[in-house]
Design a protein around this ligand. Structure first.
Ligand SMILES: Nc1ncnc2c1ncn2[C@@H]1O[C@H](COP(=O)(O)OP(=O)(O)OP(=O)(O)O)[C@@H](O)[C@H]1O
Length: 350
């Protein structure tokens, strides 16, 4: 459906916002673009939307080169962070806006508005003032407005950005179900991993204008391509290692690795669930520096450990198991949670 070929965007002489980015989004696929601030996510959306010209490369929608096609003729729907609803129009007026722009008649518009408001769970809100809606309701109206003209591609920039976590978690599940039901092709930008991994069929992680990794959420989560992606996803248990067979020598001692792990000099990632607490005296001795509560029910705890040698380690465990701050702890490593990354942090080419 959407294809970017070697797209480069420069601002002035020195800022390269996108550098040779190639990406395909299949019909009906939901792709989420993630990355640190300034990595080029918004620029990517703007190029596809026609709000920004590319200095090099091509953007194709359903096989058609979009060069020279103005934004409003691209068949692309936009939903931006600050949802930009018209405060002087009511809910129905906002949803109808895009349809009027496309020259729909009155009866057709009214039918479509009612259908969309039902779809986003606001069937009776047509005559309400947008200023009187909650943040989550406004977000739904913005979504209905973006979907109204049946765009071939819907682009969302931080679609749930300003909402509180509970509402975001609910809406993201609804969005995914809705897009799949409608067969909507969607390209979304977010800085929130949880949101991206819950919404996307595929995630794309950006770094300094290039794609650092693209893949299914599970695949990226389980096998980050390099240290940058690992750290971006919040995995900080990284240590240089020499892998021989199913063992890796590290500053933490010998760490078991899965069969088939690439051999030689590597950077080893141990996910927090792979750092297992052991009885006193067994394994690597550490001191507990801090405990942080995670997870909605508060039963998962991340324990920050200072090992006797090597970099700090994070272990995930249950509240009941978690040792107290300042106390000693002994750990070993579960090879199923160990991933060997390339030895240096080289950005992957687009
Ligand atoms: N209109 C512009 N003029 C000059 N530089 C720009 C312009 N727009 C973006 N940039 C630069 O291009 C780079 C990429 O910006 P972009 O907004 O695409 O990043 P982003 O990943 O969306 O960031 P954020 O998460 O903060 O929104 C940044 O270095 C930014 O400063």
């Amino acid at each position: 459906m959407l294809q970017l070929e070697d797209v480069t965007v420069r601002f002035g002489g020195h800022t390269t916002a996108l550098e040779g980015v190639s990406l395909r989004v299949a019909d009906g696929e939901i792709v989420c673009v993630l990355g640190p601030s300034g990595s080029g996510k918004s620029t990517l959306l703007r190029v596809v939307a026609g709000l920004q010209d590319a200095d090099a490369g091509r953007v194709l929608l359903a096989g058609r080169d979009l060069a020279g096609v103005p934004a409003h003729k691209r068949g692309v729907g936009l939903m931006f962070q600050d949802h930009q609803l018209f405060p002087q129009r009511d809910v129905a007026g906002n949803v109808a806006f895009g349809l009027r722009m496309h020259g729909s008649g009155r009866a057709e518009t009214e039918g479509r508005v009612a259908e969309l408001l039902r779809l986003v769970g606001l069937p009776d809100a047509g005559h309400r003032a947008v200023a009187a809606l909650s943040g989550g309701e406004q977000q739904r109206v913005a979504l209905a407005r973006a979907l109204a003209p049946r765009p071939r591609l819907l682009m969302l920039d931080e679609p749930l950005g300003q909402l509180d976590r509970g509402l975001r978690e609910r809406l993201v599940v609804e969005l995914r179900a809705l897009f799949h039901r409608l067969g909507t092709t969607a390209l979304a930008v977010t800085h929130d991993h949880g949101e991206a991994f819950a919404l996307a069929d595929r995630v794309v992680i950006m770094r300094e204008g290039r794609i650092a990794q693209a893949g299914g959420p599970l695949e990226v989560w389980q096998r980050p391509a390099d240290a940058f992606v690992a750290r971006f996803l919040g995995f900080d248990n990284l240590v240089p290692a020499t892998v021989r067979g199913e063992r890796a020598e590290t500053a933490w001692g010998t760490v078991p690795v899965p069969a088939g792990t690439p051999q030689g000099e590597r950077l080893l990632l141990v996910r927090p669930h792979g750092v297992r607490l052991r009885p006193a005296g067994e394994g690597l001795e550490c001191t507990v520096e801090a405990r942080t509560f995670r997870g909605g029910d508060g039963s998962t705890v991340t324990v920050l450990l200072r090992p006797r040698q090597g970099p700090a380690l994070e272990a995930a465990c249950t509240l009941r198991e978690a040792p107290g701050e300042g106390s000693g702890a002994w750990v070993d490593f579960d090879p199923r949670e160990v991933v060997a990354l390339p030895p240096q942090d080289v950005p992957a080419a687009g």
